[in-house]
Unconditional design. Sequence first.
Lengths: 446, 181
Amino acid sequence: MPPGMTDDSITERITGIVVKRKMGYGWIGGFAIAFSLLMMFNYAIAVLFAYGVGIWGIQIPVAWGFAIVNFVWWVGIGHAGTFISAVLYLCHQEWRTSINRFTESMTLFAVACAGIFPLIHLGRPWLFYYLFPYPNTMDLWPQFRSPLIWDMFAVTTYAIVSVIFYFVGLLPDLATLRDHSPHYWQRVIYGILALGWRGSGRQWSRYKMAYLIMAGLATPLVVSVHSIVSLDFAVGIVPGWHTTIMPFYFVAAALQSGFAMGLILIIPVRHFYHLKDIITGRHLANMAKLLLATSLIVGHGYFTDTFMSWYSADPYDKFIVADKFTGAYAIGGWMLMILDVGVPQLIWIRAVRQSPVVLFIVAILANVGLWLDHFILVVQSLHSDYLPSEWRMFYGTKWDWMTLFGSFGLFLTLFFVFIRIFPMVAMSEMRGLVHKKPGELKERGA
Amino acid sequence: MNDNAKIYGLLAEFAGPDELVRGTEGVSKAGYSRIETYTPFAVEGVSKALHFRPIAVAVIFLVAALLSAAAGYFMEYYASVISYPENIGGRPLHSWPSFVPITFEMGVLGGVLGGVLGMLLLNRLPRYSHPVSNVERFRAASSDAFFLCVESSDPRFELERTTEALRNCGAIQVTEVPLES
């Protein structure tokens, strides 16, 4: 918390970025790139819908390719946002206040990207609503014993709860924007969104109670979502998937990719929007420490997975683990270990934690490593099935890559829009911190 | 009283959150009950000074979550056992462990939807306008001003006496809130 910050200066600084600042060339340039990628995404999906999933590199036995890899990766990125909003809130980690709005937005946009992949990977995507339990003339029900249906419920719930959590957090700030926008049309739009919030004592106390309970519900939710995603794999009998470590390790990998993505977004934004006194080096260092901690958990997951495959004495499982480091995908297997477990170890060094540029690079490498991790998990496990005559290498086609990079376009476009229309920092919570006594803050690490 | 019909109440501004809490306690002690604070963030101690506890919100969350979870479980039971029983390798139709994930997700979803809706409705939101926003200065309540409003419907409300009471409790400025702008 910077000294000399007052309620009014917070309002001025944060709302100013949204309602007064002109669109700079940097923003327009960045948005143009993001939007072009988004158009490429749309094009790739249009071609996919016209010709079918045959344009991708998937075949038998590797029937799950990029779509599932990207889905798992994007859902994971969302998790750190909820973790920072909900778990750190419950733990009174008040430093989260400067960054929770960022990471919550990151959650929403990542879940939006993730949600697209399971839909488009269906052979007949226009029948996706078969997944929902709705009264139908075919007299059919979804198979509730299938992890794929659990997954649909988990991700849908997660998306809806994230939107509501985001909106509730935004409500008092929307009221601030309503009252402090220079233009009439801005006041009307923010006024409608703010629902008439006045900040009365009774409103605040009901609000705080609701926020607290929502944080309490979101905490097990975030653990459950990626656990259920992991069951899509673990319930199958494919060697390399069929292990009980999966839920635990998936959640850790999800959080790790999310903390890395958080750093990737926050470091440039705080630089370009001059928010270094609000999002300080301590925030980056704390995020980096969380990234380090989760990378250690993921490393532990790798170790346990390898050990258990040896200990199980199951020849297929032993083979698939050995193949990961010595077979056709050995480069991927080693690279992912280096990138998502090895590189984050640099964060032990204080100088690395204090250098935004180095942290930015570490975060990007870690996230590439985690994407590779999901790739190896999906593709390498499938490519050498029980029957050696079926073994086949998987190669992503240009449509696979266009869909992957196109999804960055969707994510970044949404993010560029977000920084222009909503306050980047939770103002009402920041004001609460301004009035805390310095000793009290230090104790809680804000 | 004649004055009461025309105005919504008296809006007193305080210098900061601590002054506001002390002021609210003072006004409450003086016997006023129809009072409300307006602050830019959740000030600790205000709900205590207003003698208000948001129990209803917590109850709505709990009830909504439990009902929704039960509905989710029943849906799975009905589909798998009654409406569309499938014999898969002789496994039991009522295989409850595989119904747990959806039951949990439905509980969270219903709890959050119900609880947030309940919170908004109890807070009388969405709302188009409110008399306190007729005061020009009230705009600052969402940024850096701390207000206490004594409503004219309070049985003890009297224009001069209440103004005096608010000033004694530390208000730096007291404004009449007109009913219509």
